[in-house]
Design a protein around this ligand. Structure first.
Ligand SMILES: Cc1cc2nc3c(=O)[nH]c(=O)nc-3n(C[C@H](O)[C@H](O)[C@H](O)COP(=O)(O)OP(=O)(O)OC[C@H]3O[C@@H](n4cnc5c(N)ncnc54)[C@H](O)[C@@H]3O)c2cc1C
Length: 478
């Protein structure tokens, strides 16, 4: 029996497969498409995802394919400078097209030994006490058995539907056309028209994408399509461009054309027995602020080590359920901030007045930082109870006497970073590294970090340590 079948080989599924392989878990990824998607949805990684890549030794790969941009201006496209004192060593947005992110994560999963089966659509699923039976579509292989299944199969998730997990929220009210194509209009004219239209319509943009004359075009659709899987036509783009901007810029030779809506929905639960949901399969929302892919990667980062602990037989009680408890509220908050952003981008006079007010408020550094911490996920704090201000938060990278903190997390293990030299994690050495380092940048005596870098204890008293060690890493060996 396979340990874990991941359904869906998008960024969430591939991130998860890599995380599971770090811990030696057998992973099979089933992806319905024979080839990776060529169209570009996400344009980049936010601070927390950049940190996640750094915590796994993947950052160099991403940096070499991306471009750094200032972190300001991501909340409802309200222009703000980067806030002062953002608590990270990576205070930038990494511009990198989604197909590149998807490829880098797939390469990492494969390098670590995940089996990836493309052209294999999952159509059936049933579970019993011992495992899950997965049915591929006719002609896509034989029935499979695994101990666990994770549905990372996107917003229209088959896994979620087969589980009967509710997906409450709002349907799309507005739809936007998005595509890549060439334009015949002169660049200065395009830029001038775009600047004028964007004074009132923020769901609009025409701009060069890459160096080969191709432009990314975003324009509001006329209504909401009955079937969003049917791509729009070039004629539809031209019509909408003329209606919204007064010109179609002479668009021609499209590379790809698509449409997206603003449906906002959250799965009622992320776990049903041996089957879990992650990424867009668990939550959908408009792309304002560029958060969906980031959220999915961070779901996978939260779930990977917990599921590995369960498969490895050392998970303490409740560890796997903590995935829902921690990640469901984070997604609920992202859904809310995208709802707010959509209102702030509306062309209605009342909404525009609120936008002016929020823009003024964002001029205050505290407010600016609060909004940016939301969009970048730096503000995420899991509820681990009362205690030190770091408890539940991820820790920023700091310089150590030997190397950097994030380098110590590459293996995906727990870490007791001990500035006192008096502490011990004896009994948990197979799951938790103990590193003594009196770095001046460590502003607490010692911290215990989970494999995802979140702080589960801060202090200096050895008598306090066994509690959090047991809670997150199970019983001591021996
Ligand atoms: C226009 C647009 C712009 C966006 N911009 C950003 C951005 O700037 N930043 C950001 O963070 N996010 C952005 N997003 C959101 C981002 O694209 C998604 O959140 C992200 O792709 C979700 O990743 P996922 O792996 O969970 O799902 P998906 O990327 O949807 O991957 C799911 C995979 O599962 C496969 N699959 C589906 N059903 C089955 C099945 N039954 N069996 C097997 N395989 C199956 C699919 O083929 C697919 O490969 C944007 C989205 C849109 C539409």
């Amino acid at each position: 029996m396979i340990d874990v079948i991941v359904v869906g080989g998008g960024p969430t599924g591939m991130m998860l497969a890599g995380e599971l392989r770090l811990h030696g878990v057998d992973v099979l990824v089933l992806e319905k498409d024979a080839e990776p998607a060529g169209y570009v949805r996400s344009l980049g990684l936010h601070v927390r995802s950049i940190e996640v890549m750094d915590q796994r030794g993947l950052l160099e790969r991403f940096l070499s394919h991306g471009k750094k941009y200032p972190v300001g201006g991501f909340f409802a496209a309200i222009t703000t400078p980067p806030p002062e004192r953002l608590d990270t060593a990576h205070g930038y947005v990494l511009g990198i097209p989604q197909p590149v992110t998807d490829r880098l994560l797939a390469e990492r999963a494969a390098e670590l030994g995940a089996e990836i089966r493309r052209g294999c659509e999952v159509t059936g699923l049933s579970q019993d006490e011992d495992g899950v039976t997965v049915e591929p579509a006719a002609g896509a292989g034989t029935r499979l058995r695994s101990r666990y299944v994770v549905g990372c199969d996107g917003g229209r998730s088959t896994v979620r539907r087969l589980l009967g997990v509710g997906f409450p929220g709002e349907p799309s009210r507005v739809e936007t056309l998005l595509g890549e194509m060439e334009v015949t209009e002169a660049p200065e004219k395009v830029a001038a028209v775009v600047a004028e239209v964007r004074k009132t319509q923020l769901r609009f943009g025409v701009g060069p994408f890459g160096d080969d004359g191709v432009h990314r075009v975003v324009v509001p659709a006329e209504g909401v399509a009955e079937d969003r899987t049917v791509p729009p036509t070039l004629e539809e783009f031209k019509r909408r461009l003329r209606a919204v901007a007064g010109t179609d810029f002479g668009v021609h030779s499209p590379r790809w054309l698509s449409r997206f809506g603003d449906a906002t929905r959250l799965a009622e639960r992320y776990r049903s027995g041996r089957v879990l949901l992650a990424g867009d399969a668990a939550h959908v929302h408009p792309p304002t602020g560029g958060q969906g892919l980031n959220l999915g990667i961070q779901d996978a980062f939260n779930l990977g080590w917990k599921l590995a602990a369960e498969v490895g037989g050392w998970a303490p009680e409740g560890l796997l359920d903590s995935y829902h408890c921690e990640r469901h509220p984070v997604a609920a908050d992202v859904l809310d901030n995208t709802r707010a952003q959509m209102e702030l981008m509306s062309t209605e006079p009342g909404a525009r007045a609120v936008r002016r007010l929020v823009s003024q408020l964002a001029g205050f550094d505290e407010v600016n930082r609060y909004l940016i911490e939301k969009v970048t996920a730096l503000g995420v704090r899991y509820d681990f109870g009362e205690g030190h201000e770091l408890l539940g938060r991820r820790m920023r990278d700091i310089g150590l006497k030997r190397g950097r903190l994030y380098e110590l997390l590459h293996g995906g293990r727990g870490l007791l970073l001990d500035g006192t030299g008096r502490l011990s994690a004896a009994g948990w050495e197979d799951r938790v590294d103990h590193v003594v380092d009196g770095s001046e940048e460590l502003d607490v005596p010692a911290v215990l970090l989970r494999p995802d870098g979140h702080v589960v204890w801060a202090g200096e008293d050895q008598r306090e340590l066994p509690g959090p060690l047991r809670r997150w890493f199970g019983a001591p060996a021996g």
